[in-house]
Write a protein that binds this ligand. Structure first.
Ligand code: AHR
Length: 508
């Protein structure tokens, strides 16, 4: 099939805002087999572990440079009482995980286990505090327990439980989905509560907490507007004087919507396009929340944290509907790629993002076999791996000249080409997604401002749209891409249908 050709102009010397590595953040909830079985197998497990934490999962996540991990939820966070998860495991009280499968949680994975996990991962902890059913005192004491160094009551309790030194906790969530499972609050009520709770999330010693108020559900711009209006003085030079430093946003991609999420595999071309059309909506959502925030904070000092995003399909047949276990295909990989493109484009405002969720739940990086323990890296994992050079790199604008291929999807338009780029020192990385199920596309990279001395391209694709990996078939993996040739303007890149390609450049 003849490929259409699109020119993408990139000025390699005109750098934009830095893409925070934290937009490559992750999320681990007490949900299904994410924590239990995914990260945590317990010290007695035959699976190699350190203090009960699976080492194969840790190593895989270290390879993609996991920058932060959000925990313990999600909806679970607003049911979680941290004191139930400290001290000798056999004495920890049990609770019902009412949101996720109505199962009994034995609290064997708690604060110390989470912090040990973050240390093994080399990731910053992002603790999601309980506003929905907790108390101000409970949250305040949790921060003190984690981060205070002297002989305060909570620091002393931490020492009794075996940890002498305080930890560093840079990120703190004030509630989760306060409009829903986090208390069914009105935004005006939540804005007041967030200010109150934030007052007691204190900076102890040299630990500075970046506080993130539970934000909007997809296109609820009124929620963002109300939170922004609740700041007294955004002109204050020291952002630590503000009640919170960021607001969050949650958006999930489904095939048709909550009532018809669609299958993770075995879908047809129509479902492919519906899902990708829904995924590309992230650009509109971020742009519009950003526009609301810009009205109150034109200097973009308040962060937007997309701390839950990704695909949400029907659970795999035969699995617990409350455990949200789903396969992950090439389609998920492209959903990830277009979200990351948006986060790169909005680097000045989007300071963090957390794909949901890291292991065995929703759009996971890693699946583990409950019987054998075998670990599978998903196509989404490979997108994160291929994009690693974007972490903390300076964003570069990618401007398409002329028309990009567009497809009509139920009265809407889906641009089937997505791209972003960044540079660091004498290197640059260009990310290119072809969302068309059947047609290849040729992209001429019109590279200006600096000379390119060499390039290496990598492709992630497969024959089938729903190609995925299992313990015995791991074929959806990045390969060297030969389809890049010199062009008078820079480089010509052939994108196969339904493919993700990165082009790494060395610059003079
Ligand atoms: O990620 C699964 C759930 O989705 C989270 O617990 C909740 O915050 C959201 O609705």
């Amino acid at each position: 099939m003849t490929a259409s050709t699109v020119t993408a102009v990139i000025d390699l010397d005109l750098t934009g805002p830095t893409i925070s590595r934290h937009v490559y953040g992750h999320f681990a909830e007490h949900l299904g087999r994410c924590v239990y079985g995914g990260f945590w197998v317990g010290e007695g497990s035959a699976i190699p572990n350190e203090g009960g934490i699976r080492l194969d999962v840790v190593e895989a996540l270290r390879r993609i440079g996991i920058p932060n991990l959000r925990w313990p939820g999600g909806c679970f966070a607003d049911d979680y009482h941290w004191r139930d998860g400290i001290g000798p495991r056999e004495l920890r009280p049990r609770m019902v995980n009412s949101h996720w499968g109505d199962v009994v949680e034995d609290n064997s994975f708690g604060t110390h286990e989470f912090m040990a996990l973050c240390e093994l991962l080399g990731a910053d902890p992002y603790v999601s505090g309980n506003v929905g059913s907790g108390s101000v005192r409970e949250m305040s004491e949790w921060v003190e327990y984690l981060t205070r160094g002297d002989d305060s009551p909570m620091a002393a309790l931490r020492r009794e439980n075996g940890r002498d030194e305080p930890w560093r906790v840079p990120f703190w969530g004030l509630g989760n989905e306060a409009w829903g499972c986090g208390g069914n609050l009105r935004v005006e009520q939540f804005a007041s509560l967030a200010r109150q709770y934030a007052t007691y999330v204190r900076d102890h010693g040299d630990n500075t907490v970046y506080r993130i108020a539970a934000g909007a559900n997809s296109d609820d711009y009124h929620w963002t507007e109300t939170l922004m209006r609740s700041f007294d003085d955004l002109a204050a030079p020291d952002s630590r004087a503000w009640p919170f430093q960021a607001v969050s946003l949650h958006y999930y991609t489904m095939t048709r919507g909550w009532s018809s999420k669609g299958a993770a595999t075995g879908f047809d071309e129509e479902e492919w396009y519906l899902a990708l059309r829904n995924a590309t909506r992230i650009e509109e959502l971020v742009s519009r929340h950003e526009a609301v925030m810009d009205r109150w904070d034109p200097q973009r000092k308040v962060g937007l944290v997309v701390d839950e995003w990704g695909t949400w399909w029907d659970v795999e047949p035969g699995t617990n509907p409350g455990f949200l276990y789903q396969q992950n295909t090439l389609r998920d990989a492209l959903v990830a790629a277009v979200h990351l493109d948006t986060f790169h484009r909005h680097a000045a405002r989007v300071v963090m993002a957390n794909i949901a969720q890291t292991v065995n739940v929703l759009q996971a990086m890693i699946l583990t076999d409950p019987e054998t323990g075998a670990l599978v890296l998903t196509p989404s994992y490979h997108v994160f791996a291929m994009n690693r050079a974007h972490h903390d790199a300076a964003s570069l604008a990618v401007t398409f000249k002329g028309d990009v291929p567009v497809r009509e999807v139920v009265g809407d338009h889906l641009a089937t080409l997505s791209a972003s780029a960044s540079t660091r020192g004498d290197t640059a990385l260009v990310s290119l997604s072809n969302l068309d199920a059947r047609r290849p596309v040729t992209v001429v990279l019109d590279l200006r401002g600096r000379d390119v001395t060499s390039h290496r391209a990598t492709v992630l694709t497969a024959d089938a749209l729903d190609a995925h990996n299992t313990p015995s078939t791991t074929g959806v993996a990045p390969r060297e891409h030969a389809g890049v040739t010199d062009h008078p303007r820079g480089l010509e890149v052939e994108l196969p249908p339904h493919a993700y390609v990165t082009v790494a450049l060395d610059l003079a």
